[in-house]
Design a protein around this ligand. Sequence first.
Ligand code: UGA
Length: 432
Amino acid sequence: MATIAIVGLGYVGLVYGGAFADLGNSVWGIDIDVEKVDKLRQGTMPIYEPGLQELIRRNVEAGRLRFTTDYAEAIPDAEFVFICVGTPSTLDGDADMRAVRAAAETIARHLSGHTIIVNKSTMPIGSGDFISALVEQLKPSDATFAIVTNPEFLREGSAVYDVFHPSRIVLGAEDREAAERVAELYRVLDAPILITDRRSAEMIKYASNAILATRISFINEIAQICEQVGADIKIVAQGMGYDPRIGPLFLEAGLGFGGSCFPKDVRALAAMAERVGCHPQLLHAVLEINEDQRRRFVRKVQELLGDLYGRPIALWGLAFKQDTDDVRESPALDVLRMLLQRGALVTAYDPAAMTNAAREVPDARYAPDPYAAVVGADALLIATPWNEFKQADLRRVKRLMRTPIIVDGRNIYEPAEVRSLGFVYVGVGRGH
Ligand code: UGA
């Protein structure tokens, strides 16, 4: 059993806090947000993540997981301190390191004895060295420490499953013994453990997200060609995926990638590359295709409806993907904004993300359920592939709409089936 402090209670920090406690460790979760910590103490989750509430609750009840805003309460006794604060994009595409810097400074001041500081936040390559220098400068003179980079590969929406079933554990350290000690925390999870230098570990995270984003832009480009030549991207992706060198995952064409990771990390990697004199043409293209994908979708709606001014449109989906309430860089929100700019009267619905969406786009209308959103609509747009939409009663939808048109930005329906119900149906890359 180890004593662990987790700094930053976003989805990464909370999921790892819960998981390490579940594995029998004694865990403190620290956040500077007083309200968030109060809520967590009462068992209320600050984010929607399937299984998280249950994971947190059982460990709080067992006394293995506690929350505080006070570093002094948690850091001095911790053997391991995990930095899990956010690194959002700055305006020029770099990672914003202010939260990391603030966390590292405060951790440093509270160190006592020997502590292993583990970077889980996605940080530019070289950040491990930066934190090391910062902590060295600010720590009490008798305290010692080691820095280990440990990128995380959790997916929002399935983070609680992912944390117990990791594809790999990557540890980057100059101090092999420190990496081995962190490895011990994960040993029970039965995943390959790769111990390497810090910079390679930092790059593994960026390169992994970048190749996944690349696959999405690639398949979206192929989808565009499919539309012109009369091929069906779903079948094309299936046929490609049987080749083990290609594999079936991350070949879903649609509105492209959003969320707090892919767009920010690809931009940050491109910005880092430029700074060191490389010209990452592929990364720029990946981002450009991704942004175009949203505009192309709105153009399709315009081609079907003509002028959008004053037209009632239903939008199903606001989250950047299913099973989350996260709307950061959500393609759905971009589509919503573009429709509103063109004067459309949009009524949106999402099973989990409406509160967050209404904060970002207050001038849209939000419906209490998917059917209320489609009443009198001239088109129904699908922007997030929630199961609720896949299972919707489309006959009922058709009766409620003014014009039965579906523009499916996530290819959740089969064109022939939907057309047989009397809809005009347009998907992404479904060229026949
Ligand atoms: C992603 C990675 O998958 C995680 O491994 C990583 O840890 C995480 O970023 C991170 O860096 O924190 P996440 O952003 O939660 O996880 O979501 P994904 O499931 O990867 O989806 C990202 C976006 O790509 C979503 O908007 C999704 O709709 C889109 N997508 C995904 C597609 O358009 N097509 C696909 O085939 C797959």
